[in-house]
Design a protein around this ligand. Structure first.
Ligand code: TEU
Ligand code: CA
Length: 559
């Protein structure tokens, strides 16, 4: 068993713009986060992942960086940042920073230089190409609608931008670019941070000749990506006791063992997106289809078993780019409390490092703003225009945004139910607060012992008490059951049984595999209930079959 602190940790993701505003300008900031450190300590998380706080024109809320070594003015100063780091460390928590180096902002001085002339020393920091027959160099599309190429008048060439045109892709083929990135990373690590979350890191190597996507050309998992990451590890990461998590689009478990394999000298773990695609349609995420529990189980199980002993999972069901997990996979209406706890039980009893996205711990939900003008996310705004042009109705498009838009996750954190704007700001928030804050807020959650928050706190505590939760081997039970998700976790003599009803109806669980038959009736009746999301679970009942209430979740210790 290869023990590591980051395997035993729970990570809390902060989207600074939406977390807490300390000065009334409507934008969350570093001093706001500092004022909530005791809240995080109460929850019990070990690591904070801070989304980008660097200087940025905010075309994509900080994922377009114009200076990697200074703090965005509206978030505060470097001194505030140091106070945040010290405040976390003083409370026994760690800090990982977002590393966004597939692209920079077009306002970064590298790009300002680069676009000046073809012989500028920074020209090769980015990916420039002449057009082909008066058109873009290839057929790639940007993730934020439209082509991935922008024609630049001044030199008559195109530059590549996989995201917005204000996010030109850096040219990793250029060793100078890699050196700059490694030096910058070292500079942050020497300030004492505990690691990085690496934005779209499996896109940094572009295929030679930039073939059309029609011909299989893609910037995902490009030919030199592992070479670059191994170099980065050698030059930078290996010199520190840190954790790294790569955001990797479109990867299989096999790819993950390459990026995060124990002996690969690359990353600690990756975020996979297979689960996030479970309700996508043929035309991507917006025009989706309902998801099925059997598929959901199959995907988690595949990752659990295929990474076992080879690489480490990161476990999440939402982040700042995804709808709220409760609205997507649970029930954000009459079963909000129990279904949020049921999903939390899953996330905190799988093998891997769990990631909590701000507000998840109080059961925040998706939002439905009436008009597109109330939305702020560039992906959402571009998509609205794109599909209007393609002939969809505004109503249809708004429904897609309600289901999948990124602003669902970005509405401000709901701190209390009394103040205007949920106590997030005394001014006007940059994105409106979800009107349900009167019922769903931190103040309420802290005082109510039965709250989702306290359940998360107990789950985090439980992980510290039972090694089997961290390191135990996972085994799926009853794969074909479309209502109940059940599995065991086993480490030496220790065994857990987790049973989760995913539906708003009662369900019956019958454990019939040979392992269950091997359990003696005495043992099956002596199982200890470690945590459950309902009261009144019958004591001493045989755990091999049970009746579950809607969204009921139970974790038993069998040995
Ligand atoms: O996201 C990468 C990404 O491709 C998707 O998650 C994307 O944002 C979208 O949701 C697909 O439909 C990362 C960051 O997490 C995201 O916030 C940034 O916008 C993006 O990279 C560019 O830096
Ligand atoms: Ca502010």
């Amino acid at each position: 068993m290869d023990k590591k602190w980051w395997k035993e940790s729970v990570v809390y993701q902060i989207y600074p713009r939406s977390f807490m505003d300390s000065n009334g300008d409507g934008i969350g900031d570093l001093r706001g986060i500092i004022s909530k450190l005791d809240y995080l300590k109460t929850l019990g998380v070990d690591v904070v992942w801070l989304c980008p706080v660097y200087q940025s024109p905010n075309d994509d809320n900080g994922y377009d960086i114009s200076d990697y070594q200074s703090i965005m003015n509206s978030f505060g100063t470097m001194q505030d940042w140091e106070e945040l780091l010290n405040g976390l460390h003083a409370r026994g928590m760690k800090l990982i920073m977002d590393l966004v180096v597939n692209h920079s902002s077009d306002e970064h001085h590298w790009f300002v230089e680069s676009r000046k002339s073809k012989d500028n020393p920074y020209r090769d920091y980015y990916i420039w190409h002449p057009g082909k027959d008066g058109e873009a160099p290839n057929d790639w599309g940007s993730f934020f609608s439209g082509p991935a190429w922008e024609f630049d008048e001044s030199t008559g060439e195109y530059y590549l931008h996989m995201f917005s045109k204000k996010q030109p892709d850096l040219n990793w083929e250029n060793p100078k670019v890699r050196r700059e990135v490694y030096d910058m990373m070292t500079w942050w690590l020497d300030k004492g941070i505990d690691g990085f979350r690496m934005d779209v890191i499996n896109m940094i190597s572009k295929p030679p000749g930039l073939p059309n996507s029609e011909d299989g050309g893609t910037c995902i998992n490009g030919p030199r990506v592992h070479e670059f990451l191994q170099e980065m590890n050698r030059e930078v990461l290996s010199k520190y006791d840190i954790m790294t998590v790569g955001e990797t689009l479109d990867v299989t478990p096999e790819d993950a063992t390459l990026f995060a394999g124990t002996d690969r000298g690359e990353l600690s773990m990756v975020f996979q997106f297979e689960l996030m695609g479970i309700d996508s349609g043929s035309d991507g995420k917006w025009w989706g289809k309902p998801w099925k529990l059997v598929d959901f189980k199959q995907i988690f199980s595949k990752w659990q078993t295929e990474l076992e002993g080879k690489a480490w999972n990161s476990i999440y069901l939402n982040n700042h780019d995804q709808p709220r997990l409760l609205s997507r996979f649970g029930n954000d209406r009459e079963y909000r409390n129990v279904s949020a706890k049921m999903l939390a039980t899953l996330l905190h009893t799988l093998q891997g490092t769990p990631y909590i996205y701000q507000g998840e711990e109080i059961g925040m939900t998706n939002v439905r703003f009436e008009t597109i003008d109330e939305y702020r996310d560039i992906e959402t705004i571009n998509m609205y225009k794109e599909y209007l042009e393609k002939g969809r109705t505004p109503e249809e498009i708004m429904e897609a945004i309600y289901a999948k838009g990124r602003d669902n996750a970005r509405t401000p954190m709901q701190w209390d139910g009394r103040s205007p704007h949920a106590g997030f700001t005394t001014g006007t928030p940059w994105l409106a607060v979800n009107p349900n804050y009167r019922d769903i807020n931190v103040e309420q959650a802290l005082t109510d012992e039965n709250s989702i928050f306290h359940y998360y706190r107990r789950l985090i505590e439980l992980r510290k008490q039972h090694e089997v939760i961290v390191y135990g081997r996972y085994e799926l039970l009853n794969a074909d059951d479309n209502q109940v998700y059940a599995y065991t976790r086993t480490l030496g003599q220790e065994q857990l049984l987790v049973v989760l009803n995913f539906y708003d109806q009662p369900a019956r669980f019958n454990w019939t595999t040979p392992e269950a038959e091997a359990l003696s009736p005495e043992k099956a009746q002596a199982a200890e209930l470690l945590i459950a999301n309902y009261d009144g679970v019958p004591a001493g009942a045989d755990v091999r079959s049970m009746d579950l209430r809607p969204y009921e979740a139970r974790v038993y210790k069998l040995t």
